[in-house]
Design a protein around this ligand. Structure first.
Ligand code: CTP
Ligand code: MG
Length: 559
């Protein structure tokens, strides 16, 4: 993109002016970078998700995962591996043991390395001789067992615990800095992202035993820009790329087609593919444990833990709509730096108060929360991000995409998207987010990022969030009234708390008292309301009741 629009430029400049006083020297924000690009007339290098996926995929295919020991001598280790080819990048990390991700410059390096690897001989057990790019280092001479040197430097793969985060945030100088800092701590690192693609690539090797042309792609928070260190790895087994799908039948003469088994429905095909691949992952997949086949779910999946990476994995097939919603979320996150920061903050706040959970249940999911934040940003005046309908209007012929009758078309060229001049700070947005949902008419209204406006609720579910592409579906169908009540009560409390604590900027202490965003992550008084019998909202104290009244009258004043 050669030009960011003038309005966008003004938007970024005034936004930056507001936040720059809070930034330590040398820190370049996404917005600062965009404004710099803008001034210099430089091309916008933001990559589409497709480009990013391709690059990462290719990188992963040239990489191997090697279990080693924490006292491995890094120099000797690299020298040993370099015999097989140039090493482009490597890093170490710890999960259930120490591992190295090693990226070779070419695939030949990987082939040569694999050719030199032995099948383990174990005395009491037998091994399944399935060869993969998950290896173990067994050469003792590269281990500094007696060395006094510290072990390998490992890249962290999990985010900091909540109490440490609260301390860190309390030391920041402004709420906007707190929000930026929280995002920096939580978002996926370069290394973690590489590891996710490598796990997909390793799994593809298993699936390729049946479908040599298949690919396995990550989707969801691993790639949509909203992933937190430690989030699950959602994968999609893609068979659309195999040759022969769209081969045109000649008008005359001979031609061949494959003889293939037939099934009653696409769903039945997906189930049988996942059943076999799931079995294969269970029986032969190195490092894959606890495999469960959940084939009767709306979206059939195979769930397992990949021990060497520490990822909880969900493998689906025929899930192209979810790929599109991943692409959409990624695009929204790239449009304005405030989008990701606000989503990270709200997700972290929700996790800290058990509004969300990694265990499936009646909780609001991270995906639902993300859509709620996007909707809120569309409702600002002027809006910070456009509606999905608008993104669809901007789409070109190449963007056209219909999946199972669902129109999933939206523009992919960032350059075509005009942003309006909204200069609100993150502090203001976070505060208004809580106020917005503290009084949102959940009883009657559905949240739709397609329209950017409340819609009439088509069903009686407590929380209705329209699926952006499968518009007849409710993303938050699982949420019950108790969980929604907890969310609303927490929004009320947080709106009040934030007003009380956001201006207290501590100075001169190593362990300052929590303030601003940090206060919102402390245990709450109202979310302890856990009894399933308590269906009605009961504010924890008079002050929250008062807040609710003031928010209601404020809201009435607006309308
Ligand atoms: N998805 C969907 N409809 C749902 C749930 C999920 O379309 N009701 C899609 C979304 O694209 C979502 C992806 O499936 O991003 C993965 O779902 P999930 O793992 O629940 O959410 P994530 O966004 O990956 O968030 P988390 O970090 O909690 O895993
Ligand atoms: Mg996920």
């Amino acid at each position: 993109m050669l030009r960011l629009r003038v309005r966008r430029r003004n938007n970024l400049r005034s936004y930056l002016q507001k936040v720059k006083t809070c930034l330590p020297r040398g820190v370049v924000t996404d917005a600062a970078e965009a404004a710099r690009r803008d001034r210099s007339g430089e091309k916008d290098e933001r990559r589409t998700l497709d480009t990013l996926l391709l690059q990462r995929h290719e990188q992963a295919e040239r990489s191997v995962l090697i279990g080693c020991q924490s006292r491995t001598n890094e120099k000797k280790f690299l020298k040993f591996l370099s015999k097989h080819g140039d090493i482009k990048k490597h890093f170490f990390y710890e999960t259930y043991g120490t591992y190295a991700v090693v990226e070779f410059s070419s695939r030949e390096g990987v082939s040569s390395l694999l050719d030199s690897a032995a099948i383990p001989s174990v005395s009491h057990e037998a091994t399944v001789p399935f060869k993969s790019r998950l290896l173990s280092l067994r050469n003792l001479s590269v281990v500094d067992s007696l060395s006094q040197k510290p072990g390998l430097q490992c890249q962290p793969q999990t985010s900091v615990p909540i109490n440490k985060l609260i301390q860190k945030l309390s030391r920041e100088e402004s709420v906007d800095r707190q929000i930026t800092s929280l995002t920096d701590v939580h978002q996926l690192t370069e290394e973690n992202s590489r590891l996710r693609f490598l796990v997909c690539s390793l799994l593809r090797d298993v699936a390729a035993a049946y479908f040599p042309e298949c690919s396995i792609k990550p989707f969801g928070s691993s790639v949509n820009g909203f992933g937190k260190l430690g989030c699950d790895l959602d994968m999609f087994l893609d068979l659309d790329g195999i040759a022969g799908w769209n081969l045109k039948m000649p008008k005359s003469g001979l031609f061949l087609e494959y003889q293939m088994k037939r099934a009653n429905s696409e769903r039945a095909v997906t189930q049988s593919i996942l059943s076999v691949i799931g079995e294969c992952v269970d029986q032969f997949g190195p490092g894959c444990v606890g495999v469960q086949k959940i084939l009767n779910a709306r979206c059939p999946l195979v769930r397992f833990a990949h021990q060497p990476s520490g990822f909880q994995c969900d493998l689906t097939a025929n899930n192209r709509v979810a790929m599109k919603s991943t692409e959409l979320l990624y695009l929204y996150g790239e449009l304005d730096p405030r989008v990701r920061r606000l989503v990270f903050t709200v997700r972290c706040w929700a996790r800290a108060h058990s509004i969300t959970s990694t265990i499936p249940g009646a909780w609001i999911t991270n995906f639902s929360l993300t859509v709620m934040v996007l909707f809120f940003l569309q409702k600002r005046s002027p809006p910070i991000i456009p509606t999905l309908d608008h993104l669809q209007e901007l789409a070109g012929p190449a963007d056209r995409c219909v999946i199972d009758g669902n129109n999933c078309t939206f523009v992919s060229d960032f350059g075509k998207i005009e942003l309006q001049s909204n200069t609100e700070t993150l502090e203001k947005l976070l505060s208004d987010f809580f106020e917005f949902y503290a009084v949102f008419p959940f009883n009657t209204a559905s949240i739709s990022i397609r329209k950017g406006k409340e819609q009439n609720k088509p069903e009686v579910a407590p929380l209705h969030i329209q699926n952006p592409f499968e518009t007849s579906l409710n993303v938050s169908k699982n949420v019950n009234a108790t969980q929604l009540d907890r969310f609303v009560a927490l929004c009320q409390e947080s709106a009040w708390l934030f007003q009380q604590s956001k201006s207290v900027s501590p100075r001169g202490s190593d362990t300052p008292a929590p303030w601003g965003l940090a206060t919102l992550l402390l245990p709450s008084q109202v979310t302890g309301v856990k009894s399933p019998k308590r269906r009605r909202r009961e504010p924890a104290s008079e002050r929250i009741k008062g807040l609710l009244e003031s928010l209601k009258s404020k809201n009435q004043g607006k309308s």
